[in-house]
Design a protein around this ligand. Sequence first.
Ligand code: NCD
Length: 322
Amino acid sequence: MSGGFSQQDANGRLRHLITLDGVPRALIEELLDRAQSHVTPAGALPPRGDDLAGWTVANLFAEPSTRTRASFELAAVRLGADTINLDVMLSSRAKGESIIDTIYTLQEMQVNVFVIRDAEPGIHEYVARHVGPGVSVISGGEAHLSHPTQGLLDALTIRQCKGGFDGLVVTLVGDIRRSRVARSAHRALSTLGVAEIRIVAPPVMMPEPAEFAGARRFGSLDEGIAGADVVMMLRIQQERATGAGATDLVAYHQDYGLTPARIERAAPEAIVMHPGPMNRGVEITSDVADGPRSMIRRQVANGVAVRMAVLAHVAAARGRAP
Ligand code: NCD
């Protein structure tokens, strides 16, 4: 966050959620607890509430998204909100004045929450600085920088499977350099006290040395995965690397693909995660993605619960019934 801007209000509640940087452990735990209360057993009807009754949530997604967008929409609807979904280019790359005019226009239609996904760093904060006093901005993904609700749902999934964070070894594998998922997972898990976070990537996908403070870095998947309790695979972002920078997918799979043989090097009860969408046969084989250790579908279910929790928290902070 840049100078003079805080996503928290004077009481420490989130008015906006743009990043997990600086969000205290107690608040993250409160959001996880609230999300857990929105998790229902398989086969049961989804939970509903009226925390957002009368509110309108606008999903403004300038990048493709299936699960994040659908889960924000379902979370809002299940809490009683009206929703609109717009494919808009907010970024200044699109057209000069359009960002703030788009926001003002929707504000006049009484939108209370903007959920924004955009490839331009800083857009979320820029919008948050310009919205009216009763309006919140929640990130659905910001460039390569931040994906806070993904970080929360990953933390919730680990907590459900492992009972907590103490003493865990968590290994993140893949295109860490360009991954907002990895950055938000690292932030959430560091704050929650995970003992050891490892990042595994080929040199071109390693982040700058100043990033991922405290994480152990590995060039070899076999070494980085050894004894891990949680293995989080990331998508090869083929759309962001073309021409000379394109990845040789066969070679990548050879060196960094998660296979049934490789996962055996992890801890006996290790779980496998992936934010989706997956490139099956590249970063992960179908045997592993659909196998007994895979929590990938549970992550999707938890995504709705986490987004309900964040929306309800923001609404409560604005004076709605908790
Ligand atoms: C990720 C994203 O878009 O940041 N997906 C997601 O939100 N579930 C990861 C990706 O695109 O690889």
